[in-house]
Ligand binder design. Structure first.
Ligand code: NAI
Length: 390
């Protein structure tokens, strides 16, 4: 299979590695020669590291490298069966590139976008044949993250969707099919992990380290919300939240937090700037341990923090199912394979009990009387009917 990738930045170069490893002939295109050179050098480094770890041998390295051609003209992608665009997140620029690309490729070439926040329908509309357009959304780093969201636009043909799913599955990725709505699955369902943690902090209930500690020890999350926001970057994470909030017509459930806005404005971006909610050394390691502050955390406070964040996540996952954003299996797979949650949220809801979930979320609503804490109608209905998700 011939694959054309447009944009050789973080995502494009990672996707190229995935496709080339699976035996596809890849052409990686960028307008910026320096970006192409950087992608090539980065791949060499990654493959050398894999050799050191004994995961691949020299022949495999050569095979992967020989499967990727670095090209500086869009015309070079004319023999592609599938193209995946991973350029700057700007609808006007993407549309221009898509309509030019369509003039070079064959009629049955699938034209996909890796966009995180734009609608696939709006991108597809730039094509003469929008039926061939689909969203194929990888997670960073693409070679390591198992999940890929595949998003059909309302224009996408069934054939295009099927081909996209089959191709991505053949690249040994887990596919979750998502409706063309803001944040797709992961970037929507994960919002309360950050948002509720920030809210708990803003109410003065606990500090960053205590909140992180609660979610890690009681929930089994690999990183706490503040550690994760520092890792992602407060600028990037804040922008995703604000984009989702705006795209949902200002639904209070997705409301961004001033705390994070101020951190982003101050340049306290996290790991990459040396300071965020925590301090980092030049190697990106946290400077201070969080143990001292945590020895005095009361068990009941930790439980209260964990329950509150978890129930908000479960409510979001349930509401995504209620609104047919994806199947229950795909919603749970998305969170375990896209952001490494210890369990799928719907399976977690079953484990806790739907009655527990409804009670907890109603307690929050009764306390605050904010729409943010409204219980998903699906959870309420399931509770009435004594049902479980699986
Ligand atoms: P990046 O900034 O690392 O790379 C973008 C590349 O596109 C650059 O090398 C740039 O030179 C090139 N480019 C810009 N305009 C171009 C054009 N007209 N033609 C060809 N090349 C062009 O960006 P990144 O992070 O790789 O993101 C790319 C896309 O992937 C965006 O749509 C983003 O929303 C999406 N995405 C990003 C994720 C992330 O964690 N960074 C995760 C999932 C999706």
């Amino acid at each position: 299979m011939n694959v054309g990738i447009i944009g050789s930045g973080t995502m494009g170069s990672g996707i190229a590695q995935v496709a080339a490893t699976s035996g596809c002939k890849v052409k990686l295109y960028d307008t910026n020669q320096a970006a192409l050179d950087k992608a090539k050098a980065a791949l060499e480094k990654i493959l050398n590291r894999l050799i050191e770890k004994g995961r691949i041998d020299e022949a495999e390295k050569k095979r992967i490298q020989n499967n990727i051609q670095y090209v500086d003209s869009l015309k070079n992608l004319s023999d592609a069966n599938l193209t995946i665009e991973a350029i700057v997140e700007n609808i006007e620029i993407k549309k221009k590139v898509f309509s030019e690309l369509e003039s070079y490729v064959s009629e049955d070439c699938i034209i996909a976008s890796n966009t995180s926040s734009l609608s696939i329908a709006s991108i597809a509309a730039s094509l003469k044949n929008p039926k061939r357009c689909v969203g194929i959304h990888f997670f960073n780093p693409a070679p390591l993250m198992k999940l890929v969201e595949v998003i059909p636009a309302i224009q996408t043909s069934y054939e295009t969707l099927e081909k996209a799913i089959d191709t991505i599955a053949s690249w040994k990725k887990t596919v979750a099919v998502a409706k063309d709505t803001p944040g797709f699955i992961v970037n929507r369902v994960a919002r309360p992990f950050y948002g509720e943690a920030l809210r708990i902090y803003e109410e003065g209930l606990a500090d960053f380290a205590t909140i992180d500690h609660s979610l890690k020890t009681l929930g089994g999350f690999r990183m706490g919300p503040f550690e994760l926001m520092d890792f992602i970057g407060n600028d990037v994470n804040y922008t995703v939240t604000e984009t989702v909030f705006t795209a949902f017509y200002f639904d209070p459930r997705y409301k961004p937090a001033f705390t994070q806005k101020r951190f982003a404005e101050a340049g306290y971006l996290g790991r990459k700037s040396g300071i965020g909610y925590y301090e980092y050394d030049e190697n990106g390691n946290k400077v201070e341990g969080d143990d001292v502050a945590l020895r005095s955390v009361e068990g009941s406070l930790a439980q209260q923090i964990f329950d509150r964040v978890l129930v908000m996540l479960i409510n979001e996952a349930a509401d995504a199912l209620f609104l047919n954003i994806a199947s229950a299996e795909d919603i749970d797979n998305a969170m375990t394979k896209g952001v490494n949650y210890p369990k799928g949220l719907l399976a977690w809801a079953d484990e806790k009990g739907i009655d527990w979930c409804v009670k907890k979320i109603d307690e929050l609503y009764n306390e605050y009387h904010e729409d943010r804490y409204r219980c998903s109608p699906l959870l309420r209905k399931m509770n009435r009917e004594n049902k479980t998700f699986f």
